[in-house]
Design a protein around this ligand. Structure first.
Ligand code: DGL
Length: 268
C-alpha cells in the first residue's frame, strides 16, 4: 500500500499535462510531484490506440520506479486509450482526466446538449461520449477534433485574429446545435480558454478537465488516507524523454514560471 510521504506521479505526451500539474499543485500544495513528459514521442493525439497504450505503459513504469503513490494520466488521448489497461495492471490508484471532466460537464449543462473538443484520437475513441452518456443517458453530444489548437498553444499563439478564426471554424457546428457546455478535452486547450470562450460566446460554459481532475486526486488521496501530512518544500521534479532545454522553454510558457529540476530519462 502506498504511503503519504510518496510523490504523486503525473504523465503526459509532452508539456501539455503541465496544465494538470498546475491545478494539482494549486489544490494540493503539500504534495510532492513527479511529472513525466514523453517529449520524444509527442504527439499521442494522432497515433493508434495500440501505440498510445504501449507508450502509456512505458510512462507508468518510469513513474513506478520513482516510487509514486498514485498515477495521474494527464493526457486525454492516453486516458482514452490506456486508462483501463493501467488500472488493471498497476498496483496503485490510477486516475485519468476524462471522467472528472465528464462529471463536471454533466453538472454544468442545463439543456443537456454538450460539446467535446480534443485530439483526433480522443474524439475518435468515443471515450468522452461513452462516459458522458453513462453518467447522463439523455445527453446530446457534439464533438469536434481541434488539432490546430495544440501547435497554437505550443507556439504561444493563444490570442488574436488567427486563433479566434480557427476556434470559430471548429466550434461553429456544435454552437449551431445549441451546446451550452463544452469540455476542453485536451491538455493544451486551457491555454486557449479566452479565445475558445470568445468564439463560444458568454452563454457557453467551458469545462476544464485539468481542474476537475485535481479535485478527484484530492478525494482519492483523502479516501485512501495517503494525502501528505507535512508541508512539501520541494518543487516538482520533471522527467522528459527528449531535450530538457526545449521542455524548459515550452514548460515555462505553460506554467508561467521557470522550471527548476528537469532530467532526461530513457524509456525506449
Ligand atoms: N496531451 C495530448 C492530449 O491531451 C495532446 C497532445 C498530443 O497529441 O500528444 O490529448
Amino acid at each position: 500500500m502506498p504511503d503519504s510521504t510518496q510523490p504523486i506521479g503525473i504523465f503526459d505526451s509532452g508539456v501539455g499535462g503541465l496544465t494538470v500539474l498546475a491545478q494539482i499543485a494549486r489544490r494540493l500544495p503539500s504534495e510532492r510531484l513527479v511529472y513525466l513528459g514523453d517529449t520524444a514521442r509527442v504527439p499521442y493525439g494522432t497515433k493508434s490506440p495500440d501505440t498510445v497504450a504501449r507508450y502509456a505503459r512505458a510512462c507508468a513504469r518510469v513513474l513506478l520506479s520513482n516510487h509514486v503513490k498514485m498515477v495521474v494520466v494527464a493526457c486525454n488521448t492516453a486516458s482514452a486509450f490506456a486508462l483501463e489497461i493501467l488500472q488493471d495492471e498497476l498496483p496503485l490508484p490510477v486516475l485519468g482526466v476524462i471522467e472528472p471532466g465528464a462529471r463536471r460537464a454533466v453538472l454544468s449543462t442545463r439543456n443537456k446538449v454538450v460539446g467535446v473538443i480534443g485530439t483526433a484520437g480522443t474524439v475518435g475513441s468515443g471515450a468522452y461520449q461513452n462516459t458522458l452518456t453513462a453518467l447522463e443517458p439523455g445527453l446530446r453530444i457534439h464533438t469536434a477534433p481541434c488539432p490546430l489548437f495544440v501547435p497554437l498553444a505550443e507556439e504561444g499563439w493563444i490570442d488574436g485574429e488567427v486563433p479566434e478564426a480557427i476556434a470559430k471554424k471548429y466550434l461553429d457546428p456544435m454552437l449551431r446545435a445549441g451546446v451550452d457546455t463544452i469540455v476542453l478535452g485536451c491538455t493544451h486547450y486551457p491555454l486557449l480558454k479566452n479565445t475558445i470562450g470568445l468564439a463560444a460566446g458568454p452563454d457557453v460554459v467551458l469545462v476544464d478537465s485539468a481542474d476537475a481532475t485535481s479535485e478527484v486526486v484530492a478525494e482519492i488521496l483523502a479516501g485512501l488516507q495517503i494525502a501528505s501530512t507535512t508541508a512539501a518544500t520541494d518543487s516538482p521534479r520533471f522527467l522528459v524523454t527528449d531535450s530538457p532545454d526545449s521542455f524548459a522553454r515550452l514548460g515555462a510558457r505553460f506554467l508561467g514560471h521557470e522550471l527548476a529540476d528537469i532530467q532526461w530519462v530513457d524509456i525506449a
